[in-house]
Design a protein around this ligand. Structure first.
Ligand code: GDP
Ligand code: IMO
Ligand code: MG
Length: 430
């Protein structure tokens, strides 16, 4: 029966792809349940780098069935580019299953994403420009196109026409763009049908049957807790539920079947795009961590904004997701520092906040209250057991663990698949 949900604890890019890959050979299914090709996971296997955007990280493990759940928005062009890229490197992608209920990102929604960001100017979100927000908006507005619609040409044509009736008005009258021709959209989508057909399935049913046969299923979130449309720093968020609850709605797996929730917490913080970020660094330490951590977007190549570790956020992520185990990644990026400040609370207009402030204005004005821990000033990338870590690094892990309310079961000490310390088995006992 076991279902494990894996989420990001901060603003994304915590190392979720690597954590999934680490568990890879013990899993039977990996389900992507939210987001689309706004995600970017880098997985390093035997020194070779794989950058995945849309496909679940499980695609790299030969015995895993990767699943694109109903909660995902699928750019079909990107899907087949990624499939072709992996096949060219000898990776078999034929096991992939795609929910018939997943929505597709039509070309007009990529245009809408870009023009609306330009229109917002200084108030922009800093989206990835992949059409994610407009496609989820269409889903909620009940004018979206689902994977299954591609298999009924007449329905597809009706749905595209209905969506464009409104969008073309907006594009031409508000954004001053030329109208999109419905028939071109229909023909582009139809061009994928033959390749798509073998992958499409009732994934909720297949997952339910797999669980009845005691298969191990991992639901892998794109984005992260503070980018969640309900629980994140709205409006500077993505347009889906990236927290643990999204695993149920985005896959069709009921909450009663979930056993474990693993949150990936990076030892410092990064953020791409606009929005509040209390521990953000604008000094040499931010530049240093960006360089040693190679903190440039996998999807857009943008330099990531960098800040110290924020344990108010860590605790919040624990609470919102019901985290049972944390994976603390990139501890090795602190190897060169004398001391490491960690945010333990906020000062908002003279008042100490241990929890996330209730309103966004206070979060914008939150001043971090730091406790400073000593660094270890040595290379920890070769450590494979917790006891092999220098005392200061062990103390750092214990300090974080005490304040985030769940055990740290995995510690990342380097980018490679092998560079981890497993303190507790995430799958043990389930
Ligand atoms: P994701 O979006 O959460 O999957 O994370 P990304 O792949 O966008 O960014 C995480 C980056 O950190 C990747 O380049 C990983 O290879 C790398 N990484 C993951 N864990 C560790 C670690 O413990 N140490 C180091 N140095 N790099 C890591
Ligand atoms: P992974 O899965 C970091 C950010 C964008 C922008 C906001 C909204 O690699 O952790 P969108 O295109 O989703 O409408 O953009 O969300 N964003 C991410 N930041 N990692 C991601 O994914 C992200 N996916 C979206 O930068 O601020
Ligand atoms: Mg990423």
């Amino acid at each position: 029966m076991p279902v494990i949900v894996l989420v990001g604890a901060q603003w994304g890019d915590e190392g979720k792809g690597k954590a999934t890959d680490l568990l890879g050979d013990r899993l039977d299914y990996v389900v992507k349940f939210n987001g689309g090709n706004n995600a970017g996971h880098t997985v390093v296997i035997d020194g070779e780098k794989y950058a995945l955007h849309l496909l679940p990280s499980g695609i790299l493990s030969p015995n895993v069935v990767p699943v694109i759940g109903n909660g995902v928005v699928v750019d079909l062009n990107v899907l087949f580019q990624e499939i072709d890229g992996l096949e060219a490197r000898g990776i078999d992608t034929s096991r992939l299953r795609i929910s018939a209920n997943a929505h597709v990102i039509a070309a007009y929604n990529r245009s809408m994403d870009k023009v609306s960001e330009r229109f917002l100017g200084a108030r922009r979100i800093g989206t990835t420009g992949r059409g994610i927000g407009p496609t989820y908006a269409d889903k909620m507005n009940r004018i979206g196109i689902r994977v299954q619609d591609l298999f009924d040409e007449s329905i597809l044509r009706q749905k595209v026409t209905a969506a464009l009736a409104f969008k073309n008005q907006v594009l031409s009258k508000i954004y001053n763009r030329s109208a999109v021709k419905g028939e071109e959209v229909v023909q582009e989508l139809l061009s994928y049908v033959d390749r798509l057909r073998p992958y499409v399935a009732d994934t909720a049913l297949e997952l339910s049957q797999a669980l009845d046969r005691d298969k191990v299923v991992l639901c892998e979130a794109g984005q992260a807790t503070l980018l969640d449309v309900d629980h994140g720093t709205y409006p500077f968020v993505t347009s889906s539920n990236a927290t643990a609850g999204g695993a149920c709605t985005g896959s069709g797996i009921p909450p009663t079947r979930i056993d474990r929730v693993v949150a990936v917490l990076k030892a410092f913080t990064s953020r791409v795009g606009e929005g509040p970020f209390p521990t953000e660094l604008h000094d040499k330490y931010g530049d240093y961590l960006r360089e040693v951590g190679h903190e440039y977007g996998t999807t857009t190549g943008r330099p990531r904004r960098i800040g110290w570790l924020d344990l108010v956020i860590g605790r919040y992520a624990q609470r919102i997701n019901g985290v049972t185990d944390f994976a603390l990644t990139k501890l090795d990026n602190y190897d060169g520092l004398d001391e490491i400040p960690v945010c333990v609370a906020y000062d908002v207009n003279g008042v100490r906040h241990e929890e996330m402030p209730i309103n966004q204005t206070d979060f914008h004005h939150a001043k971090p209250i730091y406790e400073t821990l000593p660094g270890w000033k040595q290379d920890i990338s070769g450590c494979r057991k917790f006891e092999e870590l220098p005392q200061q690094a062990q103390d750092f892990v214990h300090f974080v663990e005490q304040r985030i309310g769940a055990r740290i079961s995995i510690v990342g000490v380097g980018p490679g698949r092998e560079a981890v310390i497993e303190r507790h088995s995430v799958l043990g006992g389930v």
